[in-house]
Each structure stands twice: as C-alpha cells, then as structure tokens.
Design a protein around this ligand. Structure first.
Ligand code: TMP
Length: 256
C-alpha cells in the first residue's frame, strides 16, 4: 500500500507542522534538531523530539485539567501530537521567577537570584529582527493583539506560572523561567485565546531544587554535555518516562 503523504504547512527549528486529519486540526511533529542564539548554533539532541512530545502532552493536559484552554488534542505517536489549528499571536510571552539568561546579560544581575515577584516580558516573533523585546504599547498599537487579548494572556500566563511552579517543585525542580505562545480560536463569531506551541525543556529553564543543576536547553546552549540525560530526567521525575513498562507511568514522583 502506498503511504499517504500529508501536506506540510510549516517547518520550524524544532517542529514540523502538517495538515491534520480533520479540518481545523494540525499535526505537530517534534524533531531532534536543536538551535540556539537565533540559529547561530545548531545541533541534534538524540531523542529530544520524543521526550518533548511526551512532556508537552503531559503539561498541556495538566493545564487543561485546571481550566487553561490549550490547543492540545491528543498525542498520536512517539513524535507527533494532534492540536487545534489556531491563529498564532506573533508574541513570545516570557515569565521569570529567578534571574537567568538575558536578564543577566541585560542588567548585569546575578544568575540564580530569586525575583521578588514574577516578571512577564513580551518579544515580537521575528527571526530577521532577532525577536526584539516589545511592550504592550507596541503590541496593541501595531495591532498584533488587542488590550482585551493582552489582559487575557497576562492572566493565563500568571495562572500557568503558579500551577507549573508548584508542579515542578513537587518533583524537585525549580521553574526558573519559560516561554509561552498563544493563539486565537474562532468558533462562529466567538474568539477564544488559547495556549499553543509547546512547553518543554526547550522552552523552560528547569533547575534541580537541591543542586541547581540545569535540566534544560541551557546545557546545549553552553556546551555543558548530558543534554539528553537532562531532558530524560525531567520526564522521569514527572513520572512519564517508563522504566519497566506502563506501571511506571502512573504519575509524578513526589520529592521531599
Ligand atoms: P532568555 O533569558 O534568553 O530571554 O529566555 C527566557 C526563557 O524563554 C527561557 O526559558 C528560554 C525561553 N526562550 C525560548 O523558548 N525561545 C526563545 O527564542 C527565547 C529567546 C527564549
């Protein structure tokens, strides 16, 4: 039998999007390709796609259960998940709990200092422009999102941060910062903002609570080695990496 080819919609740095089986759906295929510093550094993290597909499925499902609308429908196989087709808002929403990354570079702050309150930042998604940081003023004036959309996005981002911070802390991981993307879903003349893209060690900074060891893409960015192992450890702690079959997939391991 001839394999049926699917129409590719878009190829990104870490994922490929295909037309889904039903109208209004998309298949997200997770690659092992890794990039950093706006693609100036490229590489492969073997097995990353499989782990990110599973981790993002787990986190989006948990968020769905507390009432956060997400584009996630179901995982299809090791590397693919079915999601709802949304109109992506071209803004990266970064939420920070602890000083790291560009906050160190921009303000000379000490990596690892806890922030007195979480900081939310917006970046305009543009490879050509290197994702410049923007304010809500730019976003609303340039028509990328309305003030109402931004209120909804901010409120969702804070709820997501509270929930994920607790979820990760329960398995001995500090959620230092992370990036979210949102999209619009139209149902008739009703529009709903929902969480889109992925949540994985590619888009989060995750540090071991006790040792502060990095368990995320910073290991790739900084050539620190043991990248695959770090992603695997995140999945293992969340209780979604089977060690001896499905018995081991029952839920997170609670850490003291
Ligand atoms: P930053 O400290 O480099 O600004 O990154 C903040 C967080 O956002 C960090 O968890 C990594 C994530 N991030 C992405 O997922 N994609 C990006 O393009 C950038 C710049 C950051």
């Amino acid at each position: 039998m001839m394999a049926r080819r699917r129409r590719q919609i878009f190829e990104g740095k870490a994922k490929v999007l295909f037309e889904g089986p039903e109208p209004g759906t998309i298949v997200q295929y997770f690659k092992d390709d890794a990039s950093a510093f706006n693609s100036k550094k490229k590489g492969i993290i073997t097995g990353k796609g499989v782990l990110n597909n599973r981790i993002s499925e787990y986190l989006m499902t948990c968020l769905g259960e507390i009432g956060i609308p997400t584009h996630f429908v179901r995982r299809l196989n090791m590397r693919e998940q079915l999601v709802r087709e949304v109109e992506i808002i071209p803004i990266q929403v970064v939420v920070r709990n602890v000083v790291a990354g560009s906050l160190v570079k921009r303000f000379g702050m000490t990596e690892g200092s806890p922030l007195p309150r979480c900081v939310v930042e917006y970046y305009y998604k543009s490879d050509e422009l290197d994702d410049p940081m923007v304010t809500e003023e730019h976003i609303t004036a340039f028509g990328w999102a309305s003030p109402q959309d931004m209120d909804e996005i901010m409120s969702l981002a804070l709820r997501i941060n509270d929930f994920l911070s607790g979820l990760f802390l329960g398995v001995g991981i500090r959620l230092v910062d992370f990036k979210l993307e949102f999209g619009r879903l139209w149902e008739g003349d009703q529009m709903r903002i929902m969480l889109a893209d992925e949540i994985s060690p590619d888009s989060c900074r995750l540090w071991d609570k006790k040792t502060n060891d990095k368990m995320d893409k910073d290991r790739f960015r900084g050539d620190m080695g043991k990248v695959e192992e770090a992603y695997q450890e995140v999945a293992r702690r969340l209780g979604i990496l089977p060690e001896s079959g499905p018995r081991d997939m029952q839920g997170p391991e609670v850490m003291q």
